[in-house]
Structures are given as C-alpha cells and as structure tokens.
Design a protein around this ligand. Structure first.
Ligand SMILES: C[S@@+](CC[C@H](N)C(=O)[O-])C[C@H]1O[C@@H](n2cnc3c(N)ncnc32)[C@H](O)[C@@H]1O
Length: 187
C-alpha cells in the first residue's frame, strides 16, 4: 500500500516487486488520473508552466509494467479503509507533515500492516506548519514538551505509541520487532 500516492509514481514502481499494490490518495482528481494510467497506459495533461502559459504533455508507462497489479482508491490516511494486518508493506512519502494529526496516520499505518515482519517506509521533509496541523499535533520539531526533539530520530517511538489513539486497535509492543522501519528525510 502506498498512502498519499498522488498519481501513482511510487505505486507503479512498487508493482514490479509485489503481487498487488494499492495506491491511496485523498484527492479524487489524482485517483482518477492514476486510474486512467492503469487503464490506458498513458495520460495526457496540460500543466500550467507559468502564469497563463500551459503546455500539452503526455506521460506513458513502460509497456512491460504489470499495471494490472496496481489499483487506486480514494481515502483518508487518518482512517484507512482496510482491515487490520492486511499489508506486508506500506509506504508514506511526503505526507506526514501535511495531515492534521500525523500520529493518527502512523497509527493507521501500524494497524493495517501485518503484526510480524511488515516493512514500513516513511519519508518526509518534516516541514511542520500550522496550516495542516496545530503545533501540539506535530510529531516533534518543538523545543519542549511531548513533541521535543526531531521526528526522524523519534519516528519508531511514535509508531509504537501512536497506535494508542482512540480510533486505533490495541497498542503493539516494540519489543516484538514487528516491523522494520526505514525513516528517511526527503525534500
Ligand atoms: C506532497 S504529495 C506527495 C505525493 C507522493 N507521495 C510523493 O512523494 O511524490 C502529498 C499527497 O498526499 C495526499 N494527501 C493529503 N492529505 C491526505 C490524506 N489525509 N489522506 C490521503 N492522502 C492525502 C495529497 O493529495 C497528495 O497527493
């Protein structure tokens, strides 16, 4: 599962390594575009280049890509529409600092991935801002209190404790080694 997949760049990359990839995004427009890519293998679009200037472009998927193995759904990273323990792998790139309650997104990643041996890839520029989330909801990046320190260092801690939010299933124990966590910084 690729959460916050936009038009599916990573989802399409992952499909070479998985039996089935689900890309999920809140944006109906992105999901529609990604589904067009699955159906037709290409997508025509007209981006704004500057001001009123636009340009006609065409993106094509590689012909050997097994695109029948990827599906796109519209959904919320804070309330993933999947049962617990479904996925072996979950990715979340450049999303955590854009949701109103980042801890709930981590909790949901935790809930829908397998209890043992799941792999999570979470990458983010950690650009906390008040527009998506109040400072008290930021994972870290604060000088004091519960959110003191830097998010990259504290991610594993948050992945374990975040699943205690009221909407999540029972808390899981870090000592079980239930998931391999790759925390990266991206921008
Ligand atoms: C900065 S883009 C990252 C796209 C892609 N993961 C990447 O790294 O190129 C953030 C994406 O998350 C989606 N998004 C924002 N809030 C979301 C939410 N609550 N649930 C699911 N997707 C969300 C946006 O629509 C957008 O496609």
């Amino acid at each position: 599962m690729d959460v916050g997949c936009a038009v599916g760049r990573l989802s399409f990359e992952l499909v070479r390594h998985a039996d089935l990839v689900i890309g999920l995004d809140l944006s109906a427009g992105f999901v529609r575009a990604a589904r067009t890519l699955v159906r037709e293998g290409q997508l025509a679009y007209v981006p704004v280049i500057e001001g009123e200037l636009t340009e006609e472009r065409l993106v094509r998927l590689p012909t050997d890509l097994p695109r029948e193995r990827v599906e796109f759904v519209q959904g919320d990273a804070l309330a993933l529409p999947f049962p617990a323990s479904l996925f072996a792998t979950a990715t979340s790139l450049n999303l955590l600092d854009r949701v109103p309650v980042p801890r709930h997104h981590l909790a949901e990643l935790n809930r829908v991935t397998k209890t043992v041996g799941a792999a999570l890839l979470v990458a983010d520029p950690w650009s906390w801002a008040e527009s998506p989330a109040l400072p008290t909801a930021w994972l870290d990046g604060r000088l004091g209190g519960d959110n003191a320190g830097d998010s990259r260092t504290n991610l594993q801690h948050w992945l374990v404790t975040a699943c205690r939010h009221p909407g999540a299933s029972a808390a899981r124990d870090a000592s079980t080694g239930r998931c391999a966590i790759a925390a990266t910084t991206s921008n």
